[in-house]
Write a new protein. Structure first.
Length: 644
């Protein structure tokens, strides 16, 4: 059995309850496309073992990934220095983001109905489409196998509760899957080591974190039909409804914001079809409609009752995206698997800045054509070549003139060599790009900036070399070196005292990731990963070489201990060091490094009932992932789960 806290690198491991229609790229030499970069997989067992209730907490266990929560109380994903705008999220192959700014709050994405999460780093396949400059995250939902089946989970801690219920059925050629997840918390408790900063009662005084409450409900439904072998079609629905507070910065010298989000809604409808057209040709089609609705309230003070000051407002977003994709694949030519992809999506953003203000509207279309060939050179060597052309077309700019289309050509090349004993070496290089978001093109950032609708794409060249393989003593390892050179970076400059975005920045990300797993010690499954990241701002007019949200050192260790056949202990520790943030009052500062220890006991009475209890942040570490926004202190929890 694959150790659940380990990153899966076995390309032929395919859990049967995975909704394979949700994959864009199927990896593995025995399948259809060979992946030439680091691809890490989190399975259902891993999510349950690490108590990962949302996407951010699941990804936080992977090497090279940093999660930060700051001024908007949203979990931002950073992969090898690239923030979330550069690493798009897909749900069953459907692009999942906020059309206006390109982000999606990873802490709002429940793992309750997920079977697998795949993170592709650096050199993502050409078949994913545009804006994969730093990699790709694909979330794959569950699929039923039995006539009737289900699963449940309920976790309670000192802050609140989270839970999920999934039921499904497969009867002959039809199947359906439905799920609901819920998270309800009055707010988290801070570490007792937090020292309040006195300031007229406006700022955090410790104990329960001010304005940190959250309530989120996720509903999903999928119905599928398999009329014949190699033919499958499914309709899906996924909806998130959330309300949450946004804690203020704890430092008086920083700008204080008293914000709440009373409505955060994201709803996706989609159709996926997979057909074998001829003996050597398959086609996968996706059609989707995605809606995003958000209300954002800024208040006068920490009572969160009045909105009379100029700095207070009631902002509303009403966005939607319509799109689709087609992937054709053939192995007609011996030892060649050729794939063609086409993606098209249309983003519409409508917003109202405050009560009774005029609504604004912006619209842009993005298309992508991709071609990729996976070539088996001989018994030990594979070569992958790919190219894609992406186009961004501005369609509407609130009644103003629109810019010309922006076109980007990207390519990749990778080589894999298979040694004996399942050892594998890969080399890859890719040119990647990212188009600016509607916000970057048109926003005045609350009248603090001059919009630049003529922004162009950002570009990077990503390199990677890595080796994975087995070691003696029931062990395995992986080592990856990576380097990314980014140009035409969208960077803020000052024009007439206001910020102005322009393509004048440069940056460089380089480092390595090392992983090792072993079962050499009886009844222990140990996993360790270490990441070194050198993130450097190389822009000509830079005032510092530093880049935020990019810790230089990250260490993760976990151990699953089988005490008896029914009783297990699971321990994990995470260490981050040398993360820098730019503050409004003190310029660039280094956040304190921190160690977080978690421990739990698991008692498995049967497949239908499992009981666990534990503690997160055992030593009550006071730590921050963003300046002025401390995270949870010691938290006790209990949980039950099972399958039926």
């Amino acid at each position: 059995m694959l150790y659940a806290a380990e990153v899966s690198t076995d390309e032929n491991t395919e859990p049967k309850d995975v909704f394979t229609l949700g994959e864009i790229v199927v990896t593995g030499r025995a399948e259809t496309v060979t992946q030439v970069t680091t691809v890490e997989t989190i399975d259902r067992m891993h999510m349950d073992l690490t108590n990962s209730v949302d996407l951010s907490s699941a990804l936080d266990t992977l090497p090279g990934v940093a999660i930060s929560k700051g001024s908007r109380n949203e979990a931002y994903i950073n992969v090898r220095g690239f923030n979330q705008r550069y690493v798009p999220v897909f749900l069953d192959g459907i692009p999942w983001y906020v059309p206006y700014d390109g982000y999606v709050d990873a802490s709002e994405i429940s793992t309750g109905n997920i079977s697998r999460i795949t993170l592709t780093k650096g050199v993502a396949s050409s078949l994913y489409g545009a804006n994969t400059m730093g990699g790709v995250i694909n979330i794959v939902s569950r699929k039923p196998l039995e006539r009737f089946e289900g699963s449940y989970r309920l976790d309670m801690d000192t802050d609140g509760y989270s839970g999920n219920l999934n039921v499904g059925s497969k009867i002959e050629k039809f199947y359906f899957m439905a799920g609901i997840s819920d998270l309800d918390s009055d707010g988290f408790r801070m570490s007792d080591d937090f020292a309040p900063v006195p300031a007229a009662g406006w700022f955090e005084d410790g104990g329960d974190r001010d304005n940190s409450d959250i309530e989120t409900t996720t509903k999903s439904f999928k119905i599928g039909f398999t009329p014949a072998e190699d033919h499958e079609y499914a309709f899906g629905y996924h909806a998130i409804n959330s309300e949450k507070g946004i804690p203020p910065n704890v430092y008086p010298a920083e700008r204080q914001r008293f914000w709440r989000t009373p409505e955060w809604e994201k709803t996706t409808y989609y159709f996926i079809g997979d057909s074998k057209i001829f003996d050597k040709l398959t086609a996968k089609i996706r059609i989707y409609h995605d809606e995003y609705y958000n209300i954002f309230d800024a208040y006068d003070d920490s009572t969160y009752t009045t909105q009379n000051r100029r700095s207070s407002w009631h902002s509303t977003y009403d966005d939607h995206t319509d799109g689709g994709s087609l992937v054709l694949r053939t192995d007609f030519f011996e030892k060649n698997t050729i794939s063609f992809s086409y993606h098209l999506k249309n983003d519409v953003h409508e917003s109202q800045g405050d009560y009774d203000e005029v609504w604004e509207k912006y619209e842009a279309e993005t298309s992508s054509y991709g071609l990729e060939d996976a070539i088996i050179i001989n018994d030990k060597t594979d070569l992958v070549l790919g190219v894609n052309m992406d186009v961004q077309k501005a369609k509407y700019a609130n009644g103003g003139s629109v810019r010309d289309d922006d076109t980007s050509w990207n390519g990749l090349a990778g080589l894999i060599y298979y040694f004996e004993n399942d050892t594998r070496l890969h080399l890859s290089i890719a040119s990647k790009s990212r188009f600016p978001t509607l916000k970057e093109l048109y926003s005045s950032y609350l009248d603090t900036a001059i919009p630049n609708p003529n922004l162009k794409k950002e570009k990077s060249v990503n390199y990677e070399i890595g080796v994975t393989g087995k070691l003696p003593w029931d062990s395995g390892m992986g080592l990856t070196l990576f380097y990314s050179d980014v140009t035409d970076l969208i960077t803020e400059t000052l024009v007439g005292g206001l910020d102005y975005n322009d393509n004048i920045g440069e940056s460089r990300f380089q480092g390595f990731e090392f992983t090792i797993n072993t079962e050499y010690i009886p009844r222990n499954s140990i996993y360790l990963s270490y990441t070194y990241l050198g993130a450097e701002n190389r822009s000509p007019d830079r005032t510092s070489d530093l880049i935020s949200e990019s810790p230089k050192h990250q260490l993760y260790i976990s151990d699953l201990i089988s005490v008896t056949d029914r009783l297990s202990l699971f321990a994990k520790v995470k260490y981050d060091k040398a993360q820098y943030e730019e503050t409004g009052s003190a310029g660039w500062i280094e956040l304190d490094d921190y160690w977080i220890f978690d421990l739990k006991a698991i008692m498995e009475f049967s497949e239908k009932f499992q009981l666990e209890a534990g503690v997160r942040n055992i030593f009550d570490e006071n730590y921050e992932t963003s300046y002025g926004f401390p995270r949870e202190g010691r938290t006790l929890f209990v949980g039950i789960s099972g399958r039926f």
